[in-house]
Design a protein around this ligand. Structure first.
Ligand code: ATP
Ligand code: MG
Ligand code: MG
Length: 363
């Protein structure tokens, strides 16, 4: 049998491993910690740092193909893995998504629309920010997630108050958005591209809170979002799944925020609302299997369960009808930590309206 190697031991690795197991594959994990969400459901684990050549070699030797749930592996690490095994998606794609400046430069080059942006390599560049306009947002170029490493700047006066910023940064104009949308796109070894339905994402404290599937937008816009995601997947030669985050701007345009070439939190709704979910699609692509259409059989609302407060809701969620609970097996519920998610299903066309949405998750 074939063994699929997954770099990273978090919940995305856990759910990828479960999908791989269902297709009859063995899974081998690379994880710096002894235990973790993915390790607990996997046949075997290499415990070692992501930049440790010995750990990477050991990991690669135990699998037939390598994929990721953790994106921030070094260029050297990626090269080392590629020497030993096929790496899908390719390291060249990870090196694009790892760095916001590389990402924006590349996306612009292939004709993808973005919010106005500028590289800010040091304090001297701050004075040039008036060129992109206010309000704006400064982001660290690497390692940011859940809105960490971001600084919002309302106007020129606020800019003057900023000190000791963690350069290099990228500055982006704040988009006055109608909605945040995303598309999960998967591309196979033979170039087949499939998109799950365009969804709407709402954030709380910089962390994804809920996903509405499908996004309550006009069909043309939803299709346009899928076309953008497909174009990126094809142009980058993706093999595997990728999340493409977008803003539906107030002027009607779609602007790409960022890409994530891996299963993505905004695709968790597919686990219960699609026959073949994002994790199985990813494993199929990585293993060279055919990709069926990414069909949605139901509408869904996905709620993230964050930190100790949301874990208190678990008993009520378990007792509720029409809700599928997914817990990641994390032993410590620290504030801001993603502990699990809940998918609430509805017949197609019957997503709840705004008011009903607010009280959907039982307290
Ligand atoms: P993720 O966990 O999705 O990887 P991240 O730390 O990479 O998050 P972003 O996705 O860039 O950060 O930003 C987090 C959120 O902040 C966005 O989903 C959006 O709500 C808001 N945001 C980021 N950039 C902008 C922008 N240019 N205009 C308006 N809102 C923005
Ligand atoms: Mg991000
Ligand atoms: Mg994001």
């Amino acid at each position: 049998g074939c063994t699929i190697g997954i770099v990273g031991g978090g919940q995305l690795g856990r759910m990828s491993a479960m999908a791989a197991a269902r297709l009859g594959y063995r899974v081998h994990i690379l994880n710096p910690a002894e235990t973790g969400p993915a390790s607990e459901v996997s046949a075997s684990v290499t415990v070692g740092a992501y930049d440790d050549p010995e750990a990477l070699r050991d990991f690669a030797s135990r699998c037939d193909v390598v994929t990721f749930e953790f994106e921030n592996i070094s260029a050297e690490g990626l090269a080392l893995l590629a020497e030993h095994r096929p790496v899908r998606p390719a390291g060249s794609i990870l090196s694009i998504s790892q760095d916001r400046i590389v990402e924006k430069t590349r996306l612009s080059k292939i004709g993808i629309r973005l919010a106005p942006w500028m590289a800010v390599s040091g304090p001297d560049d701050l004075t040039r920010l008036t060129e992109i306009g206010f309000p704006l947002i400064l982001k660290t170029t690497r390692f940011g997630y859940d809105g960490k490493g971001q600084f919002r700047v309302a106007d020129e006066a606020a800019l003057a108050g900023l000190q000791d910023l963690p350069y290099p940064l990228v500055a982006e104009r704040m988009v006055d958005f109608e909605r945040e949308l995303s598309v999960m796109v998967v591309r196979g070894m033979d170039g087949t591209v499939r998109c799950f339905d365009t969804v709407e994402n709402r954030h709380r404290d910089g962390i994804l809170d809920i996903t509405l599937a499908p996004a309550p937008v006009m069909p043309d816009l939803a299709v346009e979002a899928q076309q953008i995601a497909s174009k990126i997947a094809t142009e980058l030669g993706l093999v595997g799944i990728m999340g493409v985050e977008m803003f539906h701007a107030a002027d009607g345009s779609l602007l790409v925020n960022e890409i994530a070439p891996r299963p993505h939190n905004s695709g968790h709704w597919t686990m219960d609302a699609c026959l073949i979910d994002q994790f199985e699609m990813h494993i199929r692509a990585v293993a060279g299997l055919p990709l069926p259409h990414a069909r949605r059989h139901s509408d869904a609302v996905m709620h993230n369960l964050i930190g100790p407060q949301d874990m208190e809701r678990v008993p009520a969620i378990l007792a509720a009808d029409g809700m599928a609970l997914h817990l990641y097996g994390k032993n410590e519920a620290r504030p801001g930590r993603k502990m699990g998610h809940v998918n609430t299903l509805f017949p197609r066309g019957a997503l709840p309206g705004e008011l009903a949405l607010e009280s959907l998750l039982p307290a």
